[in-house]
Design a protein around this ligand. Structure first.
Ligand SMILES: [Zn+2]
Ligand SMILES: [Zn+2]
Length: 412
């Protein structure tokens, strides 16, 4: 005889041969109704047969879209994974009180990821970034510091698409290498916005096999995007014209007077920008280096890297944090970071330190994605190696190099 635990509040139920020692629904917390139930065990023979040589179980639970087996593993997890994947199930293993919990989730049917939409979005983004590039180049050309606005806008576009695209493609390649299904990058066009885009994303469509892969998936984008940004900043700094400060002051004032309504934006410095500046920018006394517009794309790339490495939810930093810290502490860190961002933003608006008020919005969004949590890798039992931990540390270091509370502000 089986027992059926049914929640009268949500549609969740659990059926088990053994006592679950549970009175409340794990989904909503409502008290369970418990019945005795006759079950046709033969219905599940396909499952028992598939498990027989791979997993020894003492207890099992049937749930609406999944099965849970509690016991110990006979085969390697990779064998269990392939066995059930072929049957349309994703197995997840966790360790609790010395026992292995094997969850089998029915794999959702995934449509083939389209290539048309990513291409359309890429084209739209190239156009809107090119337009943004023109608006960055125009004032410098009017002041006589740039030869060709169109050429400048073109390399501005190439640099920004390269930075954002290489970040996403690094995720994509890591995913493919580790048999994780992922979409092509979706660029987000943002016509008439400062840089013409809100960045790019890819969507991960199948569970991550293990924590080792989760770390690599998380770190790959930020590392590659960071390197691309640094290269662009170096090139940009080298080609930035150096002019007498007095002359530049005059021209800038003239330009502002003849173009009412224009404003200048500034970018808060980051550790990496300081380091590059010290190494590359020796501007003689009385001279000013006029930043070439592609430096802007590098600075944006650095900012995007920092945002992605925030250890919240399923962001890049979230994958790393979940792998290293586990479910409970990942959630705690996620929410703490989200609330701190709200705090930084509020402090900025009250104290008027020029801190970016956008952090308030980011903090709220971060809190929402933190609450949704992270499903974790399928295998969360295999220990991380020293190399995995070093990769996670690289993430922390890049984050420190790239973070600034004042990514952008309007120069008064
Ligand atoms: Zn419930
Ligand atoms: Zn990323």
């Amino acid at each position: 005889m089986y027992k059926r635990y049914e929640c009268p509040n949500c549609d969740f139920y659990e059926i088990s041969k053994y006592d679950l020692h549970r009175e409340k629904c794990p989904v909503c917390g409502h008290n369970y109704h418990v019945f005795e139930e006759e079950i046709d065990e033969e219905r599940y023979n396909w499952l028992f047969d598939a498990l027989k040589n791979h997993f020894h179980f003492e207890n099992f639970v049937i749930r609406p879209n999944s099965f849970l087996f509690i016991g110990s593993m006979i085969s390697d997890f990779s064998v269990i994974r392939e066995t059930f994947k072929n049957m349309g199930y994703y197995p997840f293993i966790r360790k609790k009180e010395g026992k292995i919990y094997l969850h089998l989730f029915r794999a959702k049917k995934q449509g083939r990821s389209s290539t048309a939409l990513p291409l359309i979005l890429l084209t739209a983004t190239i156009l809107s970034v090119f337009y943004a590039g023109l608006s960055w180049a125009k004032p410098l050309q009017d002041m006589g510091y740039l030869e060709n606005t169109w050429f400048t806008a073109a390399i501005f576009t190439m640099a920004l698409i390269l930075i954002l695209g290489s970040h996403e493609m690094a995720h994509k390649i890591t995913a493919v290498k580790n048999k994780v299904e992922a979409s092509w990058p979706y660029f987000i066009p943002m016509p008439f916005f400062l840089i013409g885009t809100m960045g790019a994303v890819i969507s991960i469509k199948s569970p991550i096999p293990d924590r080792r892969t989760a770390i690599r998936l998380g770190i790959s984008g930020p590392v590659v995007g960071f390197i691309a940004s640094v290269i662009v900043i170096i090139i940009g700094m080298i080609i930035s014209p150096v002019v007498p400060s007095a002359e530049y002051g005059e021209k800038a004032a003239e330009y502002a007077a003849s173009h009412p309504g224009t404003y200048t934006v500034g970018f808060g410095t980051t550790l990496i920008f300081e380091i590059l500046g010290r190494l590359l920018l020796s501007t003689p006394e009385g001279y000013t280096r006029i930043m070439h517009p592609i430096v802007v794309t590098g600075i944006i790339g650095i900012f995007v890297t920092a945002l992605n490495l925030l250890p919240m939810g399923q962001l890049d930093g979230g994958h790393i944090a979940r792998s290293v810290l586990g479910e409970k502490y990942h959630m705690l860190v996620s929410k703490t970071i989200a609330l701190s961002l709200v705090g930084i933003g509020l402090l900025g608006s009250i104290l008027k330190y020029g801190i970016w008020p956008g952090w308030i919005l980011w903090g709220f969004l971060g809190y929402i994605i933190s609450m949704r949590g992270h499903p974790g890798a399928m295998d969360e039992i295999t220990e991380l190696t020293g190399k995995d931990k070093i990769l996670a540390l690289v993430g922390v270091i890049i984050f420190i190099l790239c973070f600034t509370p004042t990514p952008i502000y309007v120069v008064p």
